[in-house]
Design a protein. Structure first.
Length: 167
């Protein structure tokens, strides 16, 4: 794992166009969320508003702010999506690490973000079943997996209804 990370870092530092754009996007993302960026944007709008009488509120004066905000908004959508994708991936990696490290936890959810919609719906149904069984047991936090819930449910059913268990 460490070797893979070292290779990835080395590849990113080699100066490829993609990694240069990535570093630039990272810097812009960090800056755009800062107080300084907000202050500069506010100042720009104030300067634009104050210059309105100078330009007699012309169509060109209005076009300047409209064009500027449109371009910035267009670019920011991509930066926000990039940041969200990165944050989501990091969150998934952390959850995968927790699942892999937790003894007794089901490994079926590692990389769940790569599942198809059908697989996600199937797992959702399993966890709904687990929740129903936990509610029936009056203990919402006792079991940790569908298999464990099935075993516990079967044991309880056999204990309460021995005649059915022999069928």
């Amino acid at each position: 794992m460490q070797q893979l990370l070292k290779e990835e870092r080395t590849e990113n530092k080699t100066g490829t166009f993609s990694s240069a754009i990535g570093r630039f996007a990272e810097q812009i993302t960090k800056f755009s969320g800062s107080t300084l960026a907000f202050s500069l944007a506010t100042l720009l709008v104030l300067v634009w508003a104050v210059t309105g009488p100078v330009f007699k509120y012309s169509e060109t004066w209005q076009l300047v702010i409209n064009t500027g905000t449109t371009i910035i908004t267009f670019l920011m959508v991509f930066l926000i999506q990039r940041a969200q994708n990165k944050d989501s991936l990091v969150l998934h990696l952390k959850l995968n690490e927790l699942l892999a490290a937790t003894q007794g936890a089901s490994n079926r959810l590692i990389n769940a973000q790569d599942f198809t919609e059908e697989e996600i719906n199937t797992l959702h149904q399993y966890f709904c079943l687990l929740a129903e069984k936990a509610k029936a047991d009056k203990d919402l936090g006792h079991t940790h997996s569908v298999e464990e819930a099935e075993e516990n449910h079967e044991k309880k059913r056999k204990a309460h209804f021995p005649a059915e268990a022999s069928k």
